[in-house]
Design a protein around this ligand. Sequence first.
Ligand SMILES: [Zn+2]
Length: 165
Amino acid sequence: MNPGQIAVADNHTKEERSLNMAHIAGKDTKPEVKVRKYLWRLGFRYRKNDRKLPGKPDIVLPKYRTVIFVNGCFWHKHDCPAFVWPSSNQDYWIPKITRNVERDRKNTALLTEMGWHVLVVWECELKKKTIDDTLQRVARQIRENLPAKEKEQKASDSPLLPLEP
Ligand SMILES: [Zn+2]
């Protein structure tokens, strides 16, 4: 790295830096893509990062009244070996991560009140060893959430279609 590059990096304002972080954290990060691709192949159709819903869920499946959050273990404080409090800058990290956890809890409560089923997939569950089991479990859970009404409609002969004149 040459000194010029370092100078440029240092000239980033705080806002620019947080914008970069938001970009990296909020858009098609790899774990989300893994889940989406799998669901798409199975024929599930979804919306991505729906801003109209609390917490902007990564995957929204309206037909199944299901939203999915694909959470990073660090940012969302998963109770797993992947989460450890940083040893430095604790004055910054502890309140920040704690706020994230509180926000997650609030969003889940709001979504549940609105009639959505909320699924959380953790980044550590998408590691090579466990990804197949995790994705199969997610697909099963989504299907279980299909409203009973729709299940019946599927079985019958589309009674809601208008009759031919
Ligand atoms: Zn984890």
